[in-house]
Write a protein that binds this ligand. Sequence first.
Ligand code: FAD
Length: 528
Amino acid sequence: LGGAGRLYTEEDPLVILSSDSLKSAVTNSSSAWLIQFFSSWCGHCIQYSSTWKALAQDVKDWQDAISVGVLDCAQEENFDVCKDYSIKFYPTFKFFWAHSPPSERGTTYRGADRSIPSVRQLMVNVLQNHTNLDRPKHCPPLEPYRYLDLNLDRVGVYHYTAILVEEPDSYVGREVILDLLQYLGVQVKRALSSDRPLVDALKLTAFPAIYLLHPNGTHAHLHSEKPLRFFFSSLLRTLPGVQRRLKSSSTSSSGASQVGALPGKQNTEPWRDFDRSKVYTADLETALHYLLRVELATHNTLEGEELKIFKDLVTLVAKLYPGGGSVVKLMETLSDWLLSMPLQRIPYQAVLDLVDNKMRISGVFLGAELRWVGCQGSRAGLRGYPCSLWTLFHVLTVQHDANPTALDNTGAEAAPVLQMMRRYIRTFFGCRECGRHFEQAAAVGMDNVQNREQQILWLWQQHNRGNMRLAGSLSDDPLFPKAPWPSPSLCASCHEEKNGVHVWNQDNVLRFLRQHYAASNLSPEYSV
Ligand code: FAD
């Protein structure tokens, strides 16, 4: 479904429709559709596009039940189709029921309230107005269950069953049901707080609340720091054994599957239990090991710009790597050696020899094997190197903040860690497609980063954009599904809701990042 309009690009989490694709998309579709017919010259449509993209992102996981699309009526090729669908004003929102016939021209939404929560509730209503027979195949029942129908003693044998009990006019239950559509291992049902027998049986007093039936037959109230949709959905997605359904398409932008495709070692190695609230030095050391001995070693010689980038990276790591241990000594030695070399061009083998020799003579050690801990994947080819590279650069942004003078005398720019990361990724990172995405983001916003705090937050935000784009792609490890980070269980105060929409509390995010990636939160467990 091609033909990107000017306001929307293929990167946006929605479908860009055109005269060629509209009819075939909505006719006999297994999902319902919400389509915004807009005009790229209409000022309001231009302003509204950011809201529409945020809405599409907000309901991305609902797409098997209801898909979000756009069609630009200002494009000449679309003149006829917009006339055929009677679009007179922009924007016009139309809903199409699942399994619509070819003659269907959609139902126009005439309300003036176009805020995200209102449109989202409309989408829920559309889904709920389907009959049991024509409901989208992947949409579970949205009606509330009654106490007797819930059959509490018999549910949840093979999976979790979450019963979200809420006030009758609340949409949280239906939104959480749809948020969990892409996940296996948990079924969500809703019930009403007006159902006295149920509320008494479950001993619930405040709403909305989740009562969770475990596969092993036990049940209990599920504690959530805040009674918000985002918290409930996030808690259910991260229950042990709950997994994201993977897209079967080969069209995902999962370049990381190439970079992460390390030799099958991870499979044969024992699983290393770890704590998600810690950062492991083993991951940082393995990142440097892989970077120095594998990624850069594919270059026979380094010269010119490449040599400069390599020197700068080694210096930066030497100055900012936390803890001052053997990694720092090795990097300092390497940095001194590189700076003392008069050559314009060095054979990379000389670097490898120096690293190996230095380690042999002085006992300075950088693990000689791939030893992922927080970056372990559930199978080879997932997580690993790209995960550790993100981790390394997050640590470096926080270290730069904690040691503001560390880079004095190195001619540092406003955001030296980000600029270094940009140059490294562009020049050496094995996943070219990833490099292209990162470069696009850097070109738009990196130069606006003015200080060390913004440096930490920019990388966090950029990483989250990637997480959202890649959720459910082939490089998404089902055991570690990509989601906005930090999750509410890592940092509850990082999350808020404003006018029905999830928002970050950036002050608390910054506080959390400073703590999470601080030297004091590094665990040496499993390190060499
Ligand atoms: P990762 O996303 O690698 O995250 C590693 C760890 O960082 C997480 O376990 C978590 O503890 C922490 N974390 C997560 N989010 C944040 C955040 N927002 N802020 C701070 N810490 C966080 N893959 C593609 O398929 N396509 C791409 O275009 C692509 N581009 C990439 C660009 C770069 C610069 C890099 C380094 C990697 C890129 N990758 C891309 C790989 C992808 O982003 C993941 O690294 C990879 O899929 C492994 O994912 P993961 O689940 O281990 O978590």
